[in-house]
Design a protein. Structure first.
Length: 259
């Protein structure tokens, strides 16, 4: 009986220790960041295994076998962890508070989780096992903009930020046409708001402008006559394909193409 307890009980206990997974070289990249994260005191099964006795018991039983397998197959990676479910997150983060990690940033978790039925990991994919390109465990603004694009969700600054309304210049009618020139002026502080990605110019300019509606081919001539800035995005060859030449109306050869 004692031997059976040792054969089963000892592995069952040892595999509850998160350090157990440190023995697998292929998991080292995920294990090391976890050790320094805010979840370092939380067991792996607390996040990755569905809450409740049946699921937790099944996991414990499977891990007994994994412990013995690890004695001879260290190169193997145990396939026991799924992405954390909302139920696992809510077992600790039960209040879903509206938090403000940077002073003016409001995050209505209840609206995202309870109303929109989003998964926590949709935003918190860098939380524990890896860092974002910015070297942090917090969600990236660039990821927020996947939904907050003006179509799926509100993309105005004040939708999330309480103290960062768009400057008066940005609300001017011609801002879309002149912002590149304004940004080049001495003292421009574009990065104060736009530094959330290294390619924030391209991130915007790679998307079809709102002005380019379905009838744009018919109406763009009138818009060009009013204010031309095609060359901000299009090279000369783009116009030549249809026009046979670069239209000279309001043409500004000094304007560099956005790349």
């Amino acid at each position: 009986m004692l031997a059976l307890m040792l054969l089963l009980g000892l592995p069952a206990y040892l595999t509850t220790l998160p350090g157990f997974f440190g023995r697998y070289p292929k998991l080292a990249e995920q294990h090391a960041p976890w050790l320094k994260s805010t979840h370092a005191e939380v067991g792996c099964e607390d996040c990755h295994i569905k809450p409740g006795l049946p699921a937790q018991a099944a996991y414990r039983g499977r891990m007994i076998g994994e412990w013995y397998t690890s004695l001879v197959l260290r190169s193997r990676v145990p396939n026991v962890f799924a992405a954390p479910t909302n139920a696992a997150c809510l077992s600790c983060h039960y209040d879903l508070r509206t938090v403000s990690p940077k002073g003016d940033l409001q995050i209505p978790h209840k609206a995202h989780v309870q109303v929109l039925k989003m998964k926590c990991v949709e935003c918190h994919d860098y939380l524990v096992h890896e860092k974002s390109p910015e070297g942090k465990h917090t969600p990236r603004m660039a990821d927020c903009l996947r939904c907050h694009d003006g179509d799926v969700a509100d993309d105005t600054c004040t939708a999330c930020h309480t103290e960062k309304a768009a400057p008066a210049t940005h609300r001017a009618k011609e801002w879309a046409s002149v912002h590149a020139t304004e940004a080049a002026l001495p003292g421009a502080k574009c990065a104060d708001c736009h530094k959330f990605t290294d390619k924030w110019c391209v991130d915007c300019h790679s998307r079809r402008p709102k002005s380019h509606t379905k009838d744009w081919r018919k109406t763009h001539g009138a818009r060009v006559a009013q204010r031309r800035n095609c060359e901000a995005c299009h090279e000369a060859s783009f116009c030549i394909r249809c026009h046979g030449e670069v239209p000279q109306l309001n043409f500004d050869p000094a304007l560099k193409t956005v790349r």
